[in-house]
Design a binder for this molecule. Structure first.
Ligand SMILES: [Fe+2]
Length: 674
């Protein structure tokens, strides 16, 4: 029996998505009685970070992995309750004069019919958002008995749920109304730091630079711990009033400005407050239920520092955090719950997250690299782990893409940028060459699982950290040496790698260990600051060519960069993704109306560079861009003079680097995700 779980919005990527980000991290997951067949976030395929579109490509991918059509799927379940979706359906009908008032199931069925040409109405199911989060953690944990807690921004009017999992069944004890949302609170507070939605994890990295006591008493006025594990938050308006009386609104950081000590102290107090509330809640339910194990999910559970504190609190014998704790994971939980409703047992198999796109076999990778022959030098290497380890030990920074991509937000050694974890300067180097992110943010280590305890203070009964979701203490004697991955407070977000889960990456770590004595690498996600983690081989080559990475290891191929002749750039063919459109409009200018030409995204600026103005001749050129015709061909067709060709080529290459458009060898058919 196949069950397809999905989350995302009802708008497809060619439709304008509007300003909201309420729905995000769209994904699809296909499960059957044997386990997880495929799982992927839409962002990896449509290349829009945190995509809030209908997961068109993700669903298609999952079906493709199973070798089935949509008609072969037995149940299709959304991560939201029917009650909420009836409200959404009614709202849509009311907003569109003349539109039929469809029940939610019919509305969804129409979307599937339009997109895939298959009638699935009888198979449509709904699932409470927090139950889906809870199931995603409980069934993946492998525990028979466990306390299960979900905490997020909001979903189905709730921001959290407390349950007990016993003998494969979940029983709800308590839910929390969305007005108590710790996730939304954290997001609201970080405005003071010049941050917003999707920046929460950055604050977690900033907090260790601050003193939580400086604003500790102020934060104590923002929330109250109540009996029975409950809590309440002061109204946000009240909190912001109090912030202003402390001068913190005046001191608020504007986006792009440097961080002051006050900002760092604020981040520290916020992080401490979150941990205070969550530990209060957990302490109560630990005692009330007697459950010695904990499963966590929901976006708040991506707070790895908080997770580390829970672990070190020794409240629980075991703590499992769903690695796709955010909304993408609800696709998995919802699918498992429906499978269970149908009398089947959910199985977390395989127990790793390499469930996405395969980077390709040697022939496919070889063909991709050959197409880029004027840009890259490449060779197929017998023992690529050994060669890569030598390069890393010599100071190189590599893009590393192997096998199937990871489900969830972490690169776990199949779509990673890797470097020596020792030189502290590597942080700055990687930021300069590829990430362009805030210098204070730490990078994480991957380490061979069996040797993790040598370097990190692993709590009793916890030796495996395969999902990079806990911040642990680096053992004091190693902090100096591990300068690139040790944070200012002596911690690191640890990723342990077993031979069983990822033999190639485990071997690479071992080879690096043989050369340096440390079976560990700095591991950060393989992407630049404008895109989601690379998925396909084509994405990996693009990221390699548009950043300062020294080498790329793609399957068995070691890839370097060539000196590129200026004419070679014009052999490339530009194209727009479905999520971009060319817009010409008249706008008010200083001297009256002006005609403006822009590349606009169908997603809002929460997700990408939403609007990029371009000159008229580039606009005209892009109108003819089809992914097959080279820049040279487009220039010829438009009669572009030689003087302008170089400038336009440079602009197209710049837009490619910012992921506003696609650029591929003209000889290639458009990429699979175009
Ligand atoms: Fe959620």
């Amino acid at each position: 029996m196949f069950v397809l779980g999905w989350n995302g919005s009802l708008k497809r990527d060619f439709e304008d998505n509007g300003p909201g980000y309420e729905l995000h991290d769209g994904a699809a997951v296909l499960v059957d009685e044997q386990g997880i067949v495929a799982a992927i976030e839409e962002e990896r395929l449509n290349r829009v970070k945190h995509s809030n579109f209908f997961p068109t490509a993700a669903i298609r991918f999952c079906l493709g992995e199973a070798g089935i059509g949509l008609g072969d799927v037995d149940r299709i379940v959304l991560n939201t309750s029917q009650q909420t979706m009836e409200m959404v359906a009614a709202g849509r009908a009311m907003a569109s004069p003349g539109a039929a008032m469809l029940p939610a199931a019919a509305l969804l069925a129409a979307l599937f019919q339009d997109t895939y040409g298959v009638d699935v109405q009888a198979k449509i199911r709904f699932c409470n958002h927090h139950l889906a989060h809870a199931a995603s953690a409980y069934f993946a944990s492998g525990q028979e008995r466990s306390l299960v807690v979900t905490l997020d921004g909001d979903g189905d009017g709730l921001c959290g749920m407390v349950l007990v999992g016993e003998n494969g069944r979940l029983r709800k004890l308590k839910d929390f109304h969305e007005s108590k949302s710790l996730g939304n609170w954290y997001t609201a507070m970080i405005k003071v730091l010049g941050y917003g939605r999707f920046d929460e994890y950055k604050v977690m990295g900033l907090a260790p630079y601050g003193d939580p006591k400086v604003y500790g008493s102020l934060f104590k006025t923002f929330y109250r711990l109540l009996p029975n594990g409950d809590y309440e938050l002061a109204p946000l308006a009240r909190q912001f009033f109090l912030l202003s009386t402390e001068g913190l609104i005046e001191k608020a950081r504007k986006k792009g400005e440097p961080f002051t000590q006050a900002h760092k102290d604020f981040a520290a107090a916020l992080q401490a407050a979150l941990e205070d509330v969550v530990l209060h809640l957990l302490r109560h339910y630990r005692q009330e239920t007697g459950q010695a194990k904990l499963c966590l999910a929901g976006g708040v559970a991506h707070n790895c520092s908080m997770n580390g504190q829970i672990l070190y609190s020794n409240l629980f014998e075991e703590v499992f955090v769903q690695p796709a704790a955010h909304d993408a994971g609800t696709s998995l939980g919802a699918a498992w719950l429906v499978l269970q409703e149908e009398g089947k047992k959910p199985r977390y198999s395989p127990t790793h997250l390499y469930l996405g796109t395969d980077v390709g076999d040697a022939a496919e990778i070889g063909a991709e690299l050959a197409a880029w022959g004027e840009f890259v030098a490449f060779e197929k290497v017998e023992d690529v782990e050994e060669r890569a380890a030598r390069l890393l030990a010599d100071g190189a920074v590599l893009g590393w893409a192997q096998g199937r991509s990871e489900f969830g937000p972490r690169a776990l050694g199949n779509r990673s940028i890797l470097a020596d974890p020792r030189p502290a300067d590597n942080k700055q180097l990687i930021n300069q060459m590829v990430k362009k992110r805030e210098g204070y943010r730490p990078f994480a280590p991957s380490v061979q699982e069996e040797r993790a305890g040598e370097f990190f203070a692993t709590p009793p009964r916890h030796s495996r950290f395969p999902y990079m979701i806990f911040v642990l203490k680096v053992r004091p004697e190693h902090r100096q040496v591990l300068g690139a991955i040790t944070h200012v407070d002596g911690t690191a977000r640890v990723h342990t790698v077993s031979r069983e889960d990822n033999p190639r990456y485990w071997k690479l770590l071992g080879e690096f260990g043989r050369l340096t004595g440390i079976p560990m690498l700095l591991n950060t996600s393989f992407n630049n600051n404008a895109e989601p983690i690379v998925d396909s081989a084509a994405d990996a080559v693009t990221c390699f060519l548009t950043t300062g990475l020294h080498y790329l290891v793609l399957g068995d191929y070691l890839v370097g960069k060539r000196e590129v002749a200026p004419a070679a750039w014009r052999t490339l063919a530009p194209a727009l993704r479905q999520t971009r459109k060319l817009v010409r409009r008249e706008e008010a200018g200083a001297r009256g109306p002006e005609l403006k030409f822009a590349l606009e995204s169908t997603a809002s600026d929460h997700f990408c560079e939403a609007r990029v103005d371009v000159p008229e001749d580039l606009f005209q050129l892009l109108l003819s861009a089809d992914g097959r015709t080279s820049l040279a061909g487009l220039f010829d067709a438009l009669g572009t003079g030689e003087a302008r060709r170089q400038a336009l080529t440079d602009q197209v290459v710049d837009l490619w680097g910012r992921r506003v458009l696609v650029l591929r060898p003209a000889a290639c058919a458009p990429g699979p995700h175009l």
